[in-house]
Design a binder for this molecule. Structure first.
Ligand code: HEM
Length: 521
């Protein structure tokens, strides 16, 4: 009986405590004079996402639309008051001009509890700046040329695997694309021939999948910006799935050891990272393109040089390799899959891209080179349009590092406030793209691009914290597309259901399957 009474008392205290927090959170925007959407107790404006009734992507799209015509407004990520920035001009301030106020994403990771979760995506302040400068040089345009032949080999294999599918057989292009991007990143970041294209049941593939598999902890961490370190330590929460992280971390450690002991070079990211660790990057890989990228970055973060340095330990190298996988494989494979889906739905565009590919290849006996790939400009427009309609990172996060006065208003957002950037909402806004559901690559001619603000198109983010590997990601998708289209045409299978239902995960825009059929040409 006593036990029951104390349990009831404890529960009442917890509810009262949560109610008090919620009441304060509720008043947050009232006090600041910011318009906001009325939240529900505990779930805020995220009820449908938390109860897994809708994807986080769709929930945020609804919120973006409900908040028309405000330039910025308040929403509640569960109980956390978050400012959504809707206006492209304000986004220019948040992402670039006033970057010093918004330099991190507010994701807390304890380096001791989770050394492999301590990477560029989660790092903050000077440590992030130092590492970003170092890694910038590994993704320069010169380095992409170096990596081209490794990705091209995977592209050729992708085409061979597509060739093995029978005519009119329904297959999942999403699965095939993710096996292709797994192989490209395994080759470029880990120095491995993972061969998941040939072996869909490989352990490597299942571990990579596990890395980003939906976990309720991940959703909580995305919604609960600034989660207290004590809680992270108490639950021993790792950023990615701990088993997958350990599996991939062990591979990197072993490969580094092998290469250092046997003096092996393979011209991939791991070589570049090892050279960074040993301070031999400039001797080994001379590349003038690096300097320009680093200079631009330093100017944007407001300093010509950095205050301190960061030690490149083997754990730090392994953490970056794992991040390359997590950040790259899903984003690139989803983009490739959606692009092929749209091409199957729009045969006239499919024919036009294929014609460009064949015309360019015919100038060199069908042999693809890096420079020839660069000449395929219509293909670039098709990829850009695909990333507009399906930006895999549908929402982006920042956090105010200090109090910030919103330009053109009297509102001051306090330090430590989460900021949400509704990329998907902006990409589907009729104000910026007429008939936004129509797939139209011509939106990306130089002339059309010049008519819009740069901040209405954010598939790779913008400013110093944008995608580090934008060039590599685009190259993966482009080579995949070239090898998928050169010898085959695609139709949508009756198995594909419309409208698309996005996965209920922690904010990535993706689907469970992209069902197509192919014909050999
Ligand atoms: C089509 C493919 C890709 C897309 C659409 C994409 C998109 C993005 C986006 C939207 C962000 C967040 C930017 C922001 O907050 O402003 C990001 C960050 C990042 N991406 Fe990518 N990405 C792609 C491929 C890759 C690949 C292949 C890699 C690595 C090999 C990679 C590495 C990273 C890293 C390290 C960051 C964190 C940067 C930082 O915080 O400094 N991405 N990416």
């Amino acid at each position: 009986m006593d036990y029951q009474i104390s349990s009831m008392l404890l529960l009442t205290c917890v509810i009262l405590y949560l109610y008090r927090i919620w009441k304060n959170a509720y008043l947050f925007f009232e006090k600041l004079g910011i318009p906001y959407l009325k939240p529900n107790f505990l779930f805020g404006n995220m009820t449908d996402a938390i109860l897994l009734r809708k994807s986080l992507v769709d929930v945020n799209l609804d919120l973006y639309r409900k908040l028309e015509p405000y330039k910025f407004a308040g929403i509640f990520n569960s109980m956390k008051a978050t400012v959504m920035i809707r206006d492209p001009e304000l986004l220019k301030h948040v992402l670039v001009k006033d970057f010093a106020y918004f330099s991190d994403r507010g994701i807390n990771v304890d380096e001791k509890v989770d050394p492999l979760g301590y990477h560029l995506f989660t790092m903050k302040g000077d440590e992030w700046k130092n590492l970003r400068v170092k890694l910038t040089s590994t993704f320069s345009s010169g380095k992409m040329k170096m990596m081209f032949s490794l990705v091209k080999d995977c592209g050729e294999n992708f085409s061979e695997v597509i060739d093995q599918i029978s005519a009119n057989e329904t297959f999942d292009m999403k699965d095939l694309s993710s096996r292709y991007t797994t192989d490209t990143i395994a080759s470029c970041a880990f120095g491995l021939e993972s061969k998941t294209l040939n072996n869909p049941k490989s352990e490597f593939k299942s571990m990579v999948r596990k890395l980003l598999q939906f976990r309720i902890f991940m959703l909580v961490r995305v919604l609960w910006t600034n989660m207290p370190m004590k809680l992270i330590k108490f639950f021993n929460m790792t950023f990615f799935d701990s088993k997958a992280q350990k599996f991939l971390g062990d591979i990197v450690h072993k490969t580094i050891k092998y290469r250092e002991q046997n003096n092996v070079t393979r011209n991939d990211f791991l070589d570049l990272l090892i050279a960074l660790k040993n301070n031999t990057l400039m001797q080994k890989f001379q590349d003038t393109g690096d300097h320009e990228d680093i200079q631009t970055f330093l100017e944007q973060v407001g300093g010509k040089c950095l205050k301190s340095d960061i030690e490149m330990t083997n754990n730090l190298l392994a953490a970056q390799c794992i991040l390359f996988f997590a950040a790259g494989y899903e984003a690139a494979s989803t983009t490739l899959g959606f692009t092929l889906l749209e091409l199957a739905l729009n045969p006239h565009i499919q024919n036009k891209v294929r014609q460009e590919i064949l015309d360019v290849l015919s100038t060199n006996d069908g042999q693809l080179t890096y420079d020839l790939m660069k000449q395929m400009t219509y293909t670039d427009m098709v990829i850009s349009e695909s990333l507009r309609k399906y930006p895999t990172s549908a929402i982006l996060f920042r956090r105010t590092c200090q109090n910030y006065k919103i330009p053109g208003s009297d509102v001051i957002i306090p330090a430590e406030t989460p900021i949400l950037i509704p990329v998907y909402g902006i990409h589907l806004d009729e104000k910026y793209y007429d008939n936004p559901q129509e797939f139209r690559p011509e939106r990306f001619t130089e002339q059309e691009k010049a008519k819009r603000s740069k901040y209405t198109y954010l598939p790779f983010g913008e400013g110093p914290r944008n995608c580090l590997a934008k060039r590599f990601g685009k190259m993966q998708v482009k080579l995949g597309l070239i090898y998928a289209l050169k010898d085959f045409s695609y139709q949508v299978s009756p198995k594909m259901k419309f409208p698309l239902t996005f996965k209920r995960n922690f904010g990535l825009l993706t689907v469970d399957g992209i069902w197509l059929q192919r014909q050999k040409l």
